[in-house]
Design a binder for this molecule. Structure first.
Ligand code: THU
Length: 157
C-alpha cells in the first residue's frame, strides 16, 4: 500500500497581470454574466471559450421553474460551442460570476462537478490541455487543464 498526493498547480493573478488574449476572454465571460437567466438564484454566471478556429463562444446559466432543468454557464457554453463549431477544438475557458448584489464575486467560483465532467470531454477531444481561468473581482485563478480540476474523473476507454 502507498499514499500519493495529487497536486494542482494554480496561478493566482491580478487582472492587470493577464495577457491581452486572456484579458479579452475574461471580459467576454464577465459580459456573458449580463445575459444570464437566473430569476431563482439571482446568481449570474458567464463563461467564454476560445476555440482553435479563432472564434470565441460565450454563454450563461439558464434557470428553469423546474430547478434541475436549468443549466450552468459552463455547460451552456461548451455544448453550444461544440454544436456550433463541431470541428473546432477548445483552447481556453474563462468563468465569471456576479452575486446577488450584482457585483463580480471577489473570489472566483469554480465549476460544479457535472460541468467539470462535461468540459473534460472536450479537452479529451482536443487532445491537449484546455486552460481554465476562474475570474474574481480581486484575483483570477489559472489552472492548466480541465483534468486538473477533476482528479479521478470518469472516463470510458
Ligand atoms: N452555476 C453556474 O452557472 N456555474 C457554476 O459553476 C456554479 C453554479 C449556476 C447554477 C445556478 O443557475 C446558479 O449558478 C446558482 O447555483
Amino acid at each position: 500500500m502507498r499514499t500519493f498526493d495529487i497536486k494542482i498547480p494554480v496561478v493566482e493573478a491580478r487582472l492587470d497581470e493577464l495577457t491581452p488574449a486572456q484579458r479579452e476572454l475574461v471580459n467576454e465571460a464577465i459580459e456573458a454574466t449580463t445575459r444570464s437567466y437566473a430569476p431563482y438564484s439571482h446568481f449570474h454566471v458567464g463563461a467564454a471559450i476560445r476555440l482553435d478556429n479563432g472564434e470565441t463562444v460565450s454563454g450563461s446559466n439558464q434557470e428553469n421553474a423546474a430547478y434541475p432543468s436549468g443549466t450552468c454557464a459552463e455547460r451552456t457554453t461548451c455544448f453550444y460551442a461544440h454544436s456550433r463549431y463541431p470541428e473546432a477544438r477548445f483552447e481556453t475557458i474563462a468563468i465569471a460570476a456576479r452575486g446577488t448584489d450584482g457585483e463580480l464575486v471577489a473570489d472566483p467560483i469554480s465549476p460544479c462537478g457535472a460541468c467539470r465532467q462535461a468540459l473534460l470531454e472536450y479537452e479529451t477531444l482536443a487532445g491537449h490541455d484546455v486552460e481554465v481561468m476562474l475570474v474574481g473581482r480581486d484575483r483570477v485563478f489559472i489552472l492548466p487543464s480541465v483534468r486538473s480540476t477533476l482528479p479521478f474523473a470518469f472516463a470510458e476507454f
